[in-house]
Design a protein around this ligand. Structure first.
Ligand SMILES: C[S@@+](CC[C@H](N)C(=O)[O-])C[C@H]1O[C@@H](n2cnc3c(N)ncnc32)[C@H](O)[C@@H]1O
Length: 249
């Protein structure tokens, strides 16, 4: 793996364009980065990539490392705060790593994504969403990402363990055009209540409980693992009719 990535995780420190040292924060971890890297490395047709949310540039580094040297490789990064909020750390890290195929658009995704769609700069082969994490914002980013992605392309979302992002993920999973490609999970910490609850719940089937309980309550009782990051493959055009509806939320 790239030595810049290794060094950042080893020191947990990053340097901005002003030369100021900062503690690493808001970044994907190694397991998540390697997950993105594997998806991109295993599919040489993924060359035109797009990302929302750069911060210290960890996800950008993994994405660009995986596509480095591929013909036509180009990575577009959308982040309105890269210089104002992060002192250009992410872009500096990409430069340090010798990445020459990334471009930063320093504006909010809610303005940039519709413009990219209207301007016909798509389709993209791979889109990673890790920007503003409210439910509506993630849904909006996903709405445009689904349109900007080519059939066969991959959409990945970080922080699926956030209630807001997780709901959008559940909704996307119900689209006929998406299939799950993989996920990064962690074990749910549950204690004795977590052990007891499924036993008390056993007189009814899990399907019945799913219908009766709130999404959160069901997950806490029955799901052993929490999804942190997920990747979806767009297997067909999004051909839902205007009357399509999903109960996934
Ligand atoms: C969790 S951090 C991204 C971490 C990064 N993907 C990584 O792994 O290193 C979230 C980023 O979203 C950016 N952001 C906040 N609001 C945004 C918006 N409206 N559009 C695009 N990006 C936004 C922030 O500036 C921040 O850099």
């Amino acid at each position: 793996m790239n030595s810049v990535i290794e060094q950042i995780y080893a020191t947990r420190q990053v340097v901005g364009k002003s030369g100021r040292v900062q503690e690493l924060h808001s970044a994907i971890d190694k397991e998540e980065g390697e997950f993105l890297y594997r998806i991109l490395s295993n599919d040489p047709t993924l060359v035109k990539t797009l990302e929302v949310g750069c911060a210290c540039g960890l996800s950008s580094l993994y994405i660009c490392e995986a596509t480095r040297g591929r013909s036509g490789a180009h990575h577009t990064i959308i982040d309105p705060h890269q210089n104002s909020g992060y002192d250009g750390v992410g872009i500096r890290n990409l430069q340090q790593a010798g990445v020459g195929h990334a471009q930063l658009i320093e504006e909010r995704s809610e303005f940039v994504l519709p413009r990219l769609l209207e301007g016909g700069s798509g389709p993209y082969d791979f889109i990673f969403l890790d920007g503003w994490h409210t439910f509506d914002h993630t849904l909006l980013d996903s709405f445009y990402a689904t349109r900007l992605l080519r059939v066969g392309g991959v959409l990945a979302l970080d922080d699926a363990d956030w209630e807001s992002v997780g709901r959008v993920v559940d909704f996307l999973l119900s689209y006929p055009c998406y299939e799950e490609l993989g996920r990064v999970t962690r074990v749910r910490a549950r204690g004795w209540k977590g052990w007891l609850a499924p036993k008390l719940a056993s007189p009814l089937s899990t399907r019945r409980w799913k219908a009766l309980l709130s999404r959160n309550a069901y997950r806490k009782i029955f799901e052993q693992r929490i999804t942190r990051m997920i990747a979806l493959r767009k297997r067909s055009e999004d051909a839902r009719s205007w009357t399509w509806h999903s109960e996934a939320l």
